[in-house]
Design a protein around this ligand. Sequence first.
Ligand SMILES: [Zn+2]
Length: 212
Amino acid sequence: MKIKAFTFNMFGVNTYLIWNEQTRNAAVIDPGMINADEQRAFNSFIQSNDLKLTAMVNTHMHIDHSAGNYYIAADYGLPTTCNPEDAYLADNLTAQADMFGIPYNGNEAHIQKELHEGDEITLADTKFRVLHIPGHTKGHIVLYAPSENVLFSGDALFQMSIGRTDLPGGDYTALIQNLQAKVLTLPRETVVYPGHGPKTTIGFEVDNNPYF
Ligand SMILES: [Zn+2]
């Protein structure tokens, strides 16, 4: 599995594009492209690498992670795929954009395909396990691929930090408990690709993250 990280919008969100080198099947995680330039950058990468975009998944529905959902839906015909407990955010993208002062020209991104704790989903021909990690938002999920030793952690876990819990639906205790029970127990060599900032590993976070 190949991984390309784009950094999009004024919040510097990591939008991940993953693909299988043989089949060229690709998936996008957290499409945060906010304007025509960022949409073009994403689109031209897809085209110049001969990729077939077949899935779109959101770790959660904050506007910086989902500003590009409407564009991916329109251009690639892909449904918004997320945990349904984040509907309170998905149904209010415009209000979120207003709250954060983001110039957003899209519409709401109603959740059309649901992912739940323990689900298995195939993205870019790789099997991922869905882990529900509420606390940053109610429906926040992370995506773990055991065969690749890879975790997409969204805004639950960052290098040396964790997601903020002071926004609507936030819960500090839930975030810490879920991370400790389900994420920090993954193999130490697991490479963590967060929603913001550089990648890290489970081992490094167990040893160094000041929140644990
Ligand atoms: Zn967030």
